[in-house]
Design a protein around this ligand. Sequence first.
Ligand SMILES: NC(=O)c1ccc[n+]([C@@H]2O[C@H](COP(=O)([O-])OP(=O)(O)OC[C@H]3O[C@@H](n4cnc5c(N)ncnc54)[C@H](O)[C@@H]3O)[C@@H](O)[C@H]2O)c1
Length: 302
Amino acid sequence: MGIFDGKVAIVTGSGRGIGRAEALQLAAQGASVVVNDLGVSLQGGTLEARPADEVVAEIVAAGGRAVANFGDVGDWSGAKALVQQAIDTYGGLDILVNNAGVIRTGMSFNTEEADWDVVIHVHLKGTFAMCRFAGEYWRNRAKAEGGPVNASIVNTSSPNGLNGGVPGHVNYAAAKSGIATMTITLARELAPYGVRCNAVAPVAVTRMTEELWDTDLFPRESMAEKSPEGIAAVVAWLASDLASDVSGQVLQVHGRTCSLWQSWHIGAEVESPTGGPWTLDDAPQLRAQLFAGHDPGVPPVQ
Ligand SMILES: NC(=O)c1ccc[n+]([C@@H]2O[C@H](COP(=O)([O-])OP(=O)(O)OC[C@H]3O[C@@H](n4cnc5c(N)ncnc54)[C@H](O)[C@@H]3O)[C@@H](O)[C@H]2O)c1
């Protein structure tokens, strides 16, 4: 008996890394899993590899149920076909884990159009496209059944999308920040239909972080803690009925520490001294009051 017995899940980008661990964990708990992976390099270049096949074989060898999908999540019709594949193969969809990702590092002033486009395509458009078609399916089902379905989305943001982003990752930070905000909007839109939507911001030992191994962020002695399996456990919890009252939340998982991130909040608020619209003459007073107790300079990376 598993917590996902009878459930159907899609995990995008699950041929490797964190997604692979998520697909294996959902399947081990009884879910039938559509293992999606385009099989691209870290930067999104096409490879010959079909890692989704290998993960499906692992799941089946362990006695589970899985089928592969090799589509691009950022492709509108590919996302639609992926949702349809789950429905056609297993009779429905209960869990969507949006995990697929690529990275193109570079300072803003050196970024080429393709570096911007591919990162936004996979992360922001891919996450949205999958939620759009899964959401349509769940809304239709809720209407047909006359009540809410019980479904769950887990998106993948990043600490970089929540802390303002480190230099050299402006495309990635913008996309991951968009995913965090989208998660809250989708949670609000889909709640009436019985669909929860949360996100994780992982830190894990995968090929994406290989350049950081043995640095302060990934000291060798703590690398075992930052396993993809640890991220997958939190994702499985969020996807399950054990988290049935959790929605619109963004959790960072960094080794043993799981943190609740909360969205933009007001740090200070000032009324114009005249009670009318602001004028340039008000600027000194505005600055003094707005930044009383706050550093007005570039925020440090947390
Ligand atoms: N590893 C970390 O510390 C870390 C930190 C923050 C966020 N993340 C996020 O976690 C997710 C998983 O990253 P990972 O570290 O496991 O990386 P990974 O490179 O090991 O895995 C990503 C997978 O996504 C697949 N993919 C890429 N583009 C795709 C597309 N258009 N359609 C379908 N599949 C596609 C790749 O082929 C790859 O197998 C990503 O969204 C990443 O941005 C990871």
